[in-house]
Design a protein around this ligand. Structure first.
Ligand code: AMP
Ligand code: MG
Length: 294
């Protein structure tokens, strides 16, 4: 069931979450399958509903920097600078924690509905993307698959996601430098305005970075564009449908999953994606595209 994200429905969802149920909530990146972080059975159900491997940890969603500080065992200078600059927003910081994994990933979402819900619940939620493991993330309430929809209290409709791809994940365990663990709309250049970025954190376990991920059900083929301006999405089928894509990398990212969902519903034998330029501002889009064919 999809419900409008009005005051009354947000309050009902907050109560359901506190009672241990799962809710699909809008965020500015993608729709999240939310559950109470401190409730082990809610957390187990998230893994079960998504068919997500248990070694793939969940991102903690908070409504303030204060509660992020409480969730980590050490708050670093780099986390301080980056959260001051980018929270609320599509940035996940990885910090030391007392958990078995030794780290925790935390984000404060910017979507007003997610923030309202978090404030009303009054404690952190875990909220991976509301899709089956490896599939396309939903960026519109109606793109949440029936498998997920059938197992949650409700889907809160907060409109199309503004960012449209998953958050940038940054290793902030060190106080002098950071490393990007997953690219997103906050780019390396954006981060470098506040902290030095090094190429990789050699000693961190980066769980859940699967080669094939974020993929439609239908095979995807990446094809070079004849001219750099020609990128679009095409399905190869008897009834060829071409979806023109925006030239701007942020607008392209915001549109990507919804466009692929739209093509998926037509059930073509293959989806062909004309690739965008290989420049740094397209890094996050390239990351997702290459995992669709991985
Ligand atoms: P999502 O699928 O968007 O929920 O993002 C989950 C991803 O966040 C995982 O696949 C990991 O790459 C990353 N992640 C979550 N928790 C941690 C952690 N404690 N340490 C390092 N990476 C993490
Ligand atoms: Mg996901």
């Amino acid at each position: 069931m999809i419900l409008d994200a009005n005051t009354e429905n947000i309050a009902r969802c907050a109560a359901a979450l506190l009672a241990g149920e799962l809710v699909v909530m809008p965020t500015e990146t993608v729709y999240g399958l939310a559950g109470l972080a401190r409730n082990p059975s809610a957390v187990r159900r998230i893994y079960h509903v998504k068919s997500r491997p248990s070694e793939n940890p969940l991102i903690l969603h908070v409504s303030s920097i204060e509660s992020a500080k409480q969730a980590s065992s050490t708050w670093t200078d780099t986390a301080d600078r980056l959260t001051a600059a980018f929270w609320p927003g599509p940035l996940t910081v990885v910090l030391p924690s007392d958990s078995e994994l030794g780290t925790v990933a935390i984000r404060m979402p910017a979507h007003p509905v997610a923030l309202r819900l978090l404030e009303q619940v009054g404690e952190p939620l875990v909220a991976p993307s509301a899709n089956l493991f490896t599939r396309l993330s939903p960026t519109r309430a109606e793109d949440v698959s029936s498998e997920i929809a059938g197992q949650v209290f409700t889907i809160l409709d907060g409109g199309p996601c503004e960012i449209g791809i998953e958050s940038t994940i940054v290793d902030c365990r060190r106080s002098d430098t950071v490393a990007i663990l997953r690219s997103g709309s906050i780019s390396r250049a954006d981060l470098e305005q506040f902290v030095p970025v090094i190429d990789s954190a050699s000693d961190i376990r980066v769980p859940g970075q699967y080669k094939r991920h974020y993929a439609p059900k239908i095979p995807v083929r990446l094809v070079d564009t004849p001219t750099p301006e020609a990128y679009g999405l095409t399905i190869l089928s008897a009834t060829v449908k071409q979806i023109p894509m925006p030239r701007d990398p942020r607008a392209y990212a915001a549109r990507l999953y919804a466009a692929l969902h739209q093509l998926e519903e037509m059930n073509p034998p293959e989806i062909e994606i004309q690739t965008p330029p290989r420049t740094p501002e397209w890094a996050a889009v390239w990351d997702r595209l290459s995992r669709m064919v991985g």
